[in-house]
Design a protein around this ligand. Structure first.
Ligand code: CTP
Length: 412
């Protein structure tokens, strides 16, 4: 039995110390059923040999070495970049050096890779890697902003960590497996959320006690951000109303930053009319201090009591005003997960509640993994086994689309 046709992609390798990771990336792409055409800049060949990449991809490597070629070959190569551009679905550049980003941003076409970039009409994935100071330079920031705004362009930002130049900071090429996973998602992207506007809330809220202290919770925002990323990748316009978190904003997502439950309430209610689907993954504080002192509360030997007032229940309010929108709530529980989710489903008028136990090791708050139960208003409870939040995000969105189809089938 033969498998599906390999997907033709170009791997452009720039001249940076991270070029060695291109070999592992090429391997991961080949393993993921890509036919890889490697293009190396002259500088890249100082770091890694074309032979390595040719062997790993079972394909010749384009090196732009005119001097090694005869007249016929030079003539053929004059149109090769057009040929390569036409026959490949994606151009992945890893590492994308500051120099390459500048060339791409300004349309300079002095070598094979930059010429190919100009002629290329498919998806472009840029993986910048460089020294932290170069990454933070206004020129790089401007070039990246230009590139990010172009259609079908995806930027995979560098990781932070120890760099080859001896400094620590952002600039390191992400692990090849992470780049390959992102490439896979783009290549196999579904566009089943085209035309939808999804309003997502994520993260904790912070309720001030005085100018220096606040009440908050353990929510990291990872689940809500994963859903936002998945929804944007599937074609939705995504508005993400977020409490204070420490994770990057997914590509293409409109971020609205909030801090208190009251601010989150206002931000959500202002935008709820634009949304066809609302997903409330935020862990909103249930209480706040109405009279926050202007000055820091001083320590005394006396017992201190806090007087707390209830915050607005944003989900319940949307449940009261919603029209034909699909409303998804979350339930963070430490016991009786499904029963509690059913109760919240009814009292807050949701179409589905995603329930999770937040007192288990390795799942729930702060974890990269989760294990949830989907409790719909109509139909059976579906349990999703422990998995990375990004995977669960797609499964939750699949179920949301299922609810939409169910509704249409019933003519509502
Ligand atoms: N929620 C909200 N506004 C609040 C409190 C909660 O919109 N003031 C939403 C959350 O975003 C979540 C759902 O309600 O989608 C359930 O949140 P959870 O904290 O599990 O439940 P609570 O309603 O706060 O009930 P309890 O604290 O009793 O479990």
């Amino acid at each position: 039995m033969t498998g599906p046709e390999p997907i033709p992609v170009v791997l452009g390798v720039g001249g940076g110390i991270a070029a060695y990771k291109a070999a592992e990336l090429a391997r991961a792409l080949v393993k993921d059923n890509c036919r890889v055409q490697t293009v190396m800049t002259a500088a890249a060949r100082e770091f890694i040999t074309p032979l390595t990449l040719a062997a790993l991809t079972s394909n010749k490597v384009i090196t732009d070495l005119f001097s090694d070629r005869g007249a016929d070959e030079i003539l053929a190569s004059a149109v090769e970049h057009i040929q390569v551009a036409r026959t490949h679905r994606m151009l992945i550049v890893a590492p994308a050096t500051a120099d390459l980003l500048a060339k791409f941003a300004h349309g300079l076409a002095g070598d094979f890779l930059s010429t190919l970039y100009l002629a290329f009409e498919g998806e472009v994935v840029l993986c910048p890697a460089m020294n932290s100071a170069m990454w933070a330079h206004p020129a790089t920031i401007e070039n990246l902003a230009k590139l990010a705004a172009r259609p079908r362009h995806h930027i995979i930002p560098p990781d932070s960590g120890d760099l080859a130049c001896g400094t620590t900071g952002p600039g390191r090429l992400p692990e090849p497996a992470a780049i390959a996973a992102k490439v896979h998602r783009i290549l196999h992207q579904r566009h089943d959320l085209d035309g939808e506007t999804i309003l997502i809330t994520a993260g904790p809220t912070r309720e001030p006690l005085d100018p220096v202290r606040f009440i908050s919770n353990r929510s990291s925002g990872k689940m809500g951000y994963a859903i936002a990323e998945a929804a944007a990748e599937r074609g939705a316009r995504v508005i993400l109303v977020s409490g204070p978190v420490h994770i990057p904003v997914p590509e293409g997502v409109e971020l609205v930053e909030t801090e208190t439950a009251a601010r989150m309430h206002d931000a959500v209610m202002e935008r709820v009319g634009q949304a066809s689907i609302i997903i409330k993954a935020a862990a909103v504080a249930d209480y706040y201090v109405a009279a926050v002192p202007n000055q820091k509360v001083k320590k005394t030997a006396m017992r201190l009591s806090l007087e707390l007032d209830p915050t607005p229940d944003i989900l319940a309010e949307i449940g009261r005003v919603k029209t034909d929108q699909i409303l998804i709530g979350f339930a963070a529980e430490t016991q009786n997960m499904v029963d509690e989710a059913r109760r919240k489903l009814k009292t807050k008028n949701c179409d589905m509640v995603v329930a999770n136990l937040v007192n288990q090791d390795g799942t729930g708050f702060e974890s990269d993994d989760n294990e949830v139960a989907l409790v719909p208003a109509e139909g059976d409870v579906v349990r999703l086994d422990r998995a990375p939040k990004r995977l669960l995000a797609d499964q939750i969105l699949d179920r949301v689309l299922g609810l939409r189809l169910q509704r249409h089938a019933r003519g509502r």
